[in-house]
Design a protein around this ligand. Structure first.
Ligand SMILES: Cc1cc2nc3c(=O)[nH]c(=O)nc-3n(C[C@H](O)[C@H](O)[C@H](O)COP(=O)(O)OP(=O)(O)OC[C@H]3O[C@@H](n4cnc5c(N)ncnc54)[C@H](O)[C@@H]3O)c2cc1C
Length: 379
């Protein structure tokens, strides 16, 4: 059915925009927020194909983190110390920006700290990680302005009730948020500044003329500038973008009255993660079981990954108990070789901000802000 629009609708909602942002994830919303803060007169719309944001931003685990010891050491090996230092600095600044914009209460920010787990079979990686604690604490001290960021906390294994676990490293600066509340607060904030968000509005094609003409599932929009904040899905519209999708699967248990831990937990270089939420356990990961299968745009859950998550739950995290799983879902992240987000001007009217490499809670605010600054330079 062809939609028709009234004179009023066309004059008000479909007249030319200064900036249209494609994608209402954390990056797109932050780009809009920064543009409006800096230049309130700009006419801005966000077009989003889902009823809600439908990539990663409402699907994630809500870790306000900047990397576990084994993850950071691995990144240093592949990308070098300087690059990783700058990235951690950005993640920490990004988290501060997010908390400043929305307030800790609105996003339910809690700083219970984060832990990295080492299981019985992980002797080599455990030894390497524990011996890297001193080095990382020294390297990252200027960012936190404090010593002892990471400490040995293996004495808590019994208190937490974990099995098959031989070591724990604590990170006192790590926090957690309520992802749903964070995204709702961001949406409310950008709407309150006058940004239109069009949902169920999928961009199908675009053409550069005097203005950029954006053909969507509900009609054609015109804009002077366009920001692609389409993350994993970018290559569907900009085939030259080297961003690969990576599906992340998650489950949440029933409420557990005697849950013994609070905090965010990382295992296997961050490929698995779990935390407390409302007296339940949220557990996710397993992409590394089959990278090729999880390089997908489909928001599906798969049996092998879900079974692996349940095994980790029953053998390590909450052993010897039958536990019901109340929620299961997946989200799609955007990955690339380079660890840093991709924030570029493609030509005089097209900009791209994507690929937070699975750490968009930390990097999303700054990524949105940086692409907004590129646009503001040109307006
Ligand atoms: C399971 C999971 C757990 C995670 N856990 C954490 C965590 O604990 N901590 C952390 O820091 N990060 C985590 N992340 C990563 C984080 O969620 C992402 O890095 C971040 O949300 C990326 O934000 P974005 O705005 O770039 O992308 P997205 O949120 O994916 O937004 C892109 C948007 O573009 C829209 N779109 C795409 N194509 C079109 C089109 N053609 N037309 C219109 N709209 C379109 C999509 O629907 C989507 O809403 C996790 C991700 C997942 C999937």
């Amino acid at each position: 059915m062809q939609l028709t629009f009234s004179y009023w609708e066309q004059q008000t909602f479909f007249s030319t925009y200064d900036v249209i942002i494609i994608g209402s994830g954390i990056v797109g919303l932050n780009a809009a927020l920064h543009l409006k803060i800096e230049k309130p007169s700009l006419k801005i719309a966000i077009v989003e194909r889902g009823i809600l944001p439908s990539g990663a931003s409402t699907k994630n685990a809500g870790f306000a983190c900047f990397g576990s010891v084994s993850e950071l050491m691995n990144d240093i090996k592949t990308n070098g110390e300087e690059t990783v230092y700058r990235l951690v600095e950005k993640r920490v600044l990004g988290l501060k920006t997010l908390r400043n914009h929305l307030g800790d209460q609105a996003i339910s920010y809690e700083q219970y700290g984060g832990y990295e787990l080492f299981l019985e079979d992980d002797q080599a990686i455990q030894e390497a990680s524990f011996s890297a604690i001193h080095y990382l604490n020294k390297l990252l001290k200027p960012i936190f302005g404090a010593p002892a960021i990471f400490t040995d906390s293996s004495d808590k294994i019994t208190d937490f009730g974990f099995q098959k676990t031989r070591g724990l490293i604590f990170n006192r600066f790590e926090g957690q948020i309520d992802t749903g509340k964070m995204m709702q607060a961001l949406m409310l904030k950008v709407r309150s500044l006058g940004v239109e968000i069009f949902n169920q509005c999928e961009v199908q094609a675009f053409e550069r003329e005097d203005l950029v003409s954006i053909r969507t599932s509900i009609g054609v929009f015109k804009s002077k500038k366009v920001i692609f904040a389409t993350n994993a899905f970018t290559s569907q519209l900009l085939p030259e973008a080297e961003i690969l999708p990576g599906r992340g699967q998650v489950l949440v248990t029933e409420p557990i009255p005697d849950l013994k831990f609070k905090g965010t937990f990382h295992y296997d270089e961050g490929y698995y993660y779990f935390r407390n939420i409302d007296g339940r356990i949220l557990l996710g990961g397993g992409r590394n079981l089959n990278f090729k299968a999880e390089e997908s745009f489909d928001l599906e859950i798969t049996q092998p990954v879900q079974e692996r998550l349940e095994l980790l739950l029953s053998e390590v995290i909450y052993p010897h108990k039958n536990i019901r799983i109340d929620y299961r879902w997946s989200g799609i992240m955007g990955f690339g070789e380079d660890l840093a987000p991709l924030i570029i001007k493609i030509d005089d009217s097209i900009y791209l901000a994507a690929k937070c490499n699975g750490m968009g809670v930390a990097l999303g605010s700054l990524t949105g802000k940086e692409v907004a600054e590129l646009v503001l330079n040109d307006i």
